[in-house]
Design a protein around this ligand. Structure first.
Ligand code: CTP
Length: 242
């Protein structure tokens, strides 16, 4: 039998179909989860993203009628019904998967926690323990996918796709998120403070604040990730003139 959660998702999508279909036919690209940057065949650098927020966005967007492609980092979550999933491991693979599809999307939602740095060298065989008491690993910068999407859009001279970024911070959220919004060149930034109760990595709730250029921050109450996803999609739908 398939997972009960998959049956519940499919049933709630059918029920939702009778309700809001404000993203009917809209092509959306959503990224989710962490990326893993391999050191050798058995070890990697990663982060604690569960992928739940990105999957909630994909699930709710599909329920509202969008044609969703979900680029997923390494997570163990079932694919939401009606969503096309592409699995990737590293930031480099995610960059390739996203830039192969961004021109077909009306909006790209970058919910993934992309690793900023990767090991400069990946050992072909498992690294063995030596006599040394410490070990230094050299890292190099990974591509900044969101900033690249904004640059590609500028180069095409258009306003499509709409770009939505995320910022998971620990303290000073408003200041850091506003700066990130400008630096990344996106149209909407979803900020949260992961040190706050209810917004920790891996949980089912999130307290998000929405930031848009020229607008005051819009702090939302503590919501389930599905509810938070719907609030983000409300803004996306409005920005797309739906
Ligand atoms: N992001 C990306 N590519 C990267 C790093 C981040 O596309 N290499 C995206 C994330 O998916 C997110 C947004 O950029 O939507 C902000 O990610 P974040 O890690 O908070 O931003 P950084 O620029 O890496 O800043 P810092 O880690 O220093 O806060």
């Amino acid at each position: 039998m398939i997972e009960a959660s998959v049956i519940v998702d499919a049933a709630s999508n059918i029920l939702d179909a009778a309700a809001k279909r404000d993203l009917d036919g809209v092509a959306l690209l959503v990224t989710a989860g962490p990326t893993h940057e391999e050191l050798d065949p058995v070890r990697y650098l990663g982060n604690r993203s569960s992928g739940k927020m990105g999957f909630a966005l994909a699930r709710r967007a599909a329920a509202r009628g969008a044609r969703v492609t979900l680029i997923a980092g390494p997570v163990s979550l079932p694919t939401p019904p009606g969503v096309t999933r592409v699995d990737v491991t590293s930031a480099r693979e995610m960059h390739e998967a996203v830039t192969a599809r961004d021109t077909e999307a009306r909006a790209v939602i970058m919910a993934a926690a992309v690793a900023d740095y990767r090991p400069s060298v990946r050992a072909a065989e498992k690294m063995k323990k030596g006599e040394e008491q410490s070990l230094a690993i050299t890292l190099e910068l990974s591509p900044d996918i969101l900033a690249d999407l904004a640059a590609r859009r500028r180069a095409r001279g258009g306003s499509t796709p709409l770009l939505v970024g995320f910022a998971a911070e620990t303290g000073g959220l408003d200041e850091k998120a506003q700066a990130k919004l400008g630096r990344k060149g996106c149209d909407l930034l979803v900020g949260n403070d992961v040190s706050e109760p209810g917004s920790a990595f891996g949980g089912d709730t999130n307290r998000i604040t929405l930031y848009a250029p020229g607008a005051p921050p819009d702090p939302l109450p503590l919501l389930t990730k599905d509810e938070a996803a719907d609030r983000v999609l409300d803004r996306v739908a409005a920005l797309l003139g739906r």
